[in-house]
Design a protein around this ligand. Structure first.
Ligand SMILES: NC(=O)c1ccc[n+]([C@@H]2O[C@H](COP(=O)([O-])OP(=O)(O)OC[C@H]3O[C@@H](n4cnc5c(N)ncnc54)[C@H](O)[C@@H]3O)[C@@H](O)[C@H]2O)c1
Length: 339
C-alpha cells in the first residue's frame, strides 16, 4: 500500500472520532485503523441519526468504543486523554428533523460541541480538533462557486446550530489556543450512510429507491446544482487536515470541500438509474417541509484546501454511485432493517 504523507502521519498515534459509528465517522475510523492509528470512537447512537454498530463491524476488535453522548463529561474526558487528533463528526444532520425537533438539534450540534471543547481545553489542550462543518452554513448562495468569504445566512435550524458549533471551535482557538480546523462539507455519499428513512438528504433516498427499482423523485425542475463528494474523498480531507500542524494551518481555519464535477439533481438521478440498471426519474413539486429551507443551486470553491493541504476529490460521481450500490446490495439487511 503506497501511502500519502498525511496517511503516513497516523501510524501509532492516538485519535478520537466523535460520531464514529455514523456514516462518515465510521469510514474515517476504518481508514485510521488501516493506517495503524489507535482509534477511540465516541458515539451516542442518537435515534434517527446514522449511528449503526454494523458500520464498525470490520474494526470492532481494533477500536475502543464509548457509547456515550459528548455531554457525558466523564466519558468524554476519558476518551480525550492522550489523544493527538480529534475528528469531531458527532452531530445531527437532518435539516427536516432540525425544524421538527429544534432542541434536539441544538443538543447535538451546539451543547455537545461546547462540552467537547470545554473538556478538551482542560484535559488535552494540545490536541488538534477537526470539525465537520457544512455547506448549509452559507444558506442560499448569493454567488457560485461559494468561497469561504461568502456570507453565512443559514436557512434552517440545522444550519444555524452547525454554524454556532463551528464558531465555538474558532472561538476556542482564538481565546484558548486550541488547534481547531473546520471542514465545510458538501453533500457526501457512499457506503454506511443511513438510508432507512427519507430525512437524511436526497442522496440516501436515491440510494434506497435505486436498490428497490423504484422511481427516483426529483423535487422542482431538477436543475439545482450540487457538487457531491464520495465518502473516501471526504475521509482523505479529514486525514489531511488532522495531519497538518499549526505551522501549516493556524487554529480556527475553515476550508470548503467541493468537487470539479458540478451536476444537476436530475443528472445525478440519471446516474443512479444508469448504475442500478433500472428505475426512472419523476419530477415532483417540492414538499412543504422543504420549500422554505431549500438553498437552490450550490457548488463550492475549494481552491483553498487544494492550495493549503493539497486535497482534491478523486472519485468520479458515477464511480462512487457504482461502489455505493454494490455495498448496499451486499449489506442491505443491516441498513434497511426496522429499527
Ligand atoms: N453527510 C453529509 O452529507 C454531511 C454534509 C455536511 C456536513 N456533515 C457533517 O458531518 C458529520 C457526520 O455526518 P454523517 O453524515 O456521518 O452523520 P451520521 O448521522 O451518519 O453520523 C453522526 C453520528 O453522530 C452521533 N452523535 C450525534 N450527536 C452526538 C452526541 N451528542 N454525542 C455523541 N454522538 C453523537 C450520532 O449518533 C451518529 O452516529 C456531522 O457533523 C454532519 O453535520 C455531513
Amino acid at each position: 500500500m503506497i501511502l500519502t504523507p498525511p496517511e503516513r502521519f497516523y501510524a501509532g498515534r492516538r485519535v478520537l472520532v466523535t460520531g464514529g459509528a455514523g456514516f462518515i465517522g465510521s469510514n474515517l475510523a476504518g481508514r485510521l485503523v488501516e493506517l495503524g492509528a489507535q482509534v477511540t470512537v465516541q458515539d451516542a447512537f442518537i435515534p434517527d441519526c446514522g449511528g449503526n454498530p454494523y458500520n464498525l463491524e470490520t474494526v470492532r476488535d481494533r477500536i475502543t468504543l464509548h457509547r456515550a453522548d459528548l455531554r457525558e463529561l466523564e466519558t468524554t474526558r476519558a476518551a480525550l486523554g492522550g489523544v493527538e487528533v480529534v475528528f469531531n463528526l458527532a452531530g445531527q444532520v437532518s435539516h427536516i428533523d432540525s425544524m421538527a425537533r429544534p432542541r434536539e438539534d441544538l443538543a447535538s450540534n451546539c451543547e455537545s460541541q461546547l462540552a467537547l471543547l470545554e473538556v478538551c481545553r482542560r484535559v488535552n489542550p494540545r490536541a488538534r480538533i477537526i470539525y465537520a462543518g457544512t455547506r448549509q452554513q452559507y444558506g442560499r448562495p448569493q454567488y457560485t462557486p461559494v468561497d469561504e468569504s461568502h456570507p453565512l445566512r443559514p436557512t434552517d435550524v440545522n444550519g444555524v446550530n452547525k454554524l454556532a458549533g463551528e464558531w465555538y471551535h474558532r472561538l476556542y482557538a482564538q481565546l484558548h489556543g486550541l488547534h481547531t480546523i473546520s471542514l465545510r462539507l458538501t453533500n457526501t455519499f457512499g457506503p454506511r450512510q443511513l438510508i432507512r428513512h427519507d430525512r437524511q438528504g436526497f442522496l440516501a433516498v436515491f440510494v434506497r429507491r435505486s436498490l428497490a427499482g423504484e422511481p427516483i423523485r426529483v423535487f422542482g425542475d431538477g436543475l439545482q446544482l450540487r457538487d457531491l463528494n464520495f465518502v473516501d474523498d471526504v475521509v482523505a480531507a479529514f486525514l489531511a487536515a488532522g495531519a497538518a500542524g499549526p505551522e501549516r494551518v493556524p487554529g480556527g481555519e475553515v476550508f470548503n470541500l467541493g468537487s470539479q464535477e458540478v451536476l444537476s439533481l436530475r443528472e445525478i438521478a440519471e446516474l443512479f438509474v444508469r448504475a442500478a440498471g433500472r428505475g426512472r426519474i419523476e419530477l415532483v413539486p417540492f414538499p412543504d417541509a422543504l420549500k422554505g429551507i431549500d438553498i437552490g443551486s450550490y457548488h463550492a470553491d475549494f481552491s483553498k484546501i487544494r492550495r493549503v493541504l493539497g486535497w482534491e476529490p478523486r472519485t468520479r460521481v458515477e464511480e462512487g454511485i457504482r461502489r455505493t450500490l454494490a455495498f448496499y446490495r451486499e449489506h442491505r439487511a443491516h441498513y434497511l432493517a426496522a429499527e
